[in-house]
Design a protein around this ligand. Sequence first.
Ligand code: HEC
Ligand code: HEC
Ligand code: HEC
Ligand code: HEC
Ligand code: HEC
Length: 439
Amino acid sequence: MSESEGAGAGDLLKAGAASLIVSLVLVGGFAGAGFLLGGKLPKAPPEELTLHDARAFYKAQPRYLRPLPYSETPAGLANLRAETCGPCHNEIYEEWRVSTHARAWEDDAQFQEELKKGKHTPGKDTTWICANCHTPLENQLPFLVAGLVDGKRDQPRYLKNPNHDARLQLEAVTCATCHVRDGVVLGPYGNTKAPHPVRKAPELLEASLCTQCHQAKAHLDDIALACVFDTGLEWKEGPAAQRGETCQHCHMPEVERPLMPGFPKRKTRRHWFGGSLIPKHPKFEAELKEVRKHYDDGVTLRWVELPEQVRAGQELELRFAAKNEHAGHHVPSGDPERFLLLRAEVRVGETVLASREERIGAVYEWEPVKKVSDNRLAAGEERTWSLKFAAPAEGGELKLVLVASKHRISQENFDYHHLEGRYVAGREYLREERALPLR
Ligand code: HEC
Ligand code: HEC
Ligand code: HEC
Ligand code: HEC
Ligand code: HEC
């Protein structure tokens, strides 16, 4: 495996490939994860920086370069943590708790490996950028950025955050990300008798709530980082948006229930945010099994116009088709490392007569950033392939097999980061076997 393959970062923000090997050796305790997790400041700031400087700096940045603004704790609540909402909104809390949103920080071993890359020169650091979507509240950051040395985005000037809440940081994309602004809880109704202030927030029902993180495209050439998340645009230009189906429509299925035991039933939405439903850690497999019952996989796989039977010795062409039937955007979407493997196979007994495997995904080069190829399936798109072979001379039956799997990360990069036992590369989601009589 080449160095640049190993460096394939797991995200829209791809770290410069060549620096990886060096950084793994030299990163020490300097920049990177230890620091973001609340370690020591990497370098004494040259001058006294204030909270005011940090907020002024962030104000001038695009969304992906700044956290969500600081909010006071709403009156009646002890703090902003999900664990505080949990005892009252127990069902919603239990759903969110198993979602990838809740696993977007320490539970994501690949993410933590990417953070560790840090930068090879002391003080060089782009990890502050990652935190803005994975731990999006200002109160979740142990250090804030109050400026850049010589305007360089890999030389942030840090300030210790006086409002940092370490427990809240661990909750990653937590309730308050979507629900708390200016000390008020935002909700879809706005007229409930809650023990905390509420405000009706129509913005909760819009795709833009999600695309602030799920649509991010930028090339930061100065620091060799590239954002290539296009889920929002794929959705906007696809049939689901035409039908008026937002991200929430598919990812937060509707259900009637009380917001809290003892309260009236209302129209609510599930908070699992199910997507690929590949667990972030092998130990999360059991809880996701339940969640999968409520979600479709995006791409279906089937044989096309299969004959009832075939003649022995006949030359055959069997066709199979994949269709992005259920997603409102390309599949795979989001992280550019994602791909599907679709396999069709014809066997007699254990002998394989014909087989074909298709990889569905994009391929990138990272230095400089270039999309090499992209055969992902757009929403609603169908593609067919065929298998050609001669049926055996004797009767009996052919066995036809279809297998589909989805992957977050290639096996090479999985091995490179030593993720065995603490991350899951992918999962098989469809396996179908059927017999075709030979006459
Ligand atoms: C603009 C917001 C944003 C920023 C900034 C960001 N991420 Fe992400 N990240 C996301 C979203 C959204 C996803 C989920 C997309 C998906 O699962 O395909 C994600 C997923 C990931 C994943 C899991 C990929 C997978 O296939 O499951 C990793 C690893 C990751 N990010 C690393 C990073 C690193 C490292 C940085 C900083 C260099 C970073 N992210 C910065 C929004 C962001
Ligand atoms: C002590 C219990 C309790 C706690 C703690 C609590 N809530 Fe509530 N919340 C309620 C009750 C009760 C309602 C109203 C229920 C009803 O009338 O159906 C409510 C309503 C809501 C609504 C709907 C508001 C509307 O009118 O649209 C949202 C959203 C909400 N809570 C989110 C949160 C979040 C986020 C947290 C944690 C930061 C939280 N709640 C903490 C009890 C609580
Ligand atoms: C503050 C940023 C942010 C917001 C807002 C946000 N997400 Fe995410 N989302 C993420 C990150 C980061 C991840 C991936 C975490 C990881 O893999 O480590 C993610 C993961 C997901 C996944 C799971 C992908 C997978 O296969 O595991 C889905 C689905 C998803 N988000 C849907 C939504 C929807 C729908 C909304 C709006 C209601 C939304 N997100 C709002 C940041 C955000
Ligand atoms: C990524 C964004 C996001 C996160 C994180 C999130 N919610 Fe929500 N929540 C929403 C949206 C969107 C709605 C509005 C759904 C609707 O009714 O259309 C909602 C609705 C609600 C409601 C009103 C009932 C309903 O389903 O409409 C409550 C209560 C609530 N959320 C509590 C919570 C709690 C508690 C957490 C954390 C454990 C949380 N939410 C995390 C996006 C989020
Ligand atoms: C018509 C339903 C539908 C709509 C609308 C929709 N999605 Fe999805 N989404 C899906 C399905 C189904 C999957 C599972 C794909 C698969 O099999 O991995 C998915 C997967 C994802 C993933 C994981 C990426 C992957 O390849 O699995 C993310 C992230 C995501 N959606 C975010 C969003 C966001 C953000 C929006 C709104 C801009 C949105 N989705 C709109 C159905 C939908």
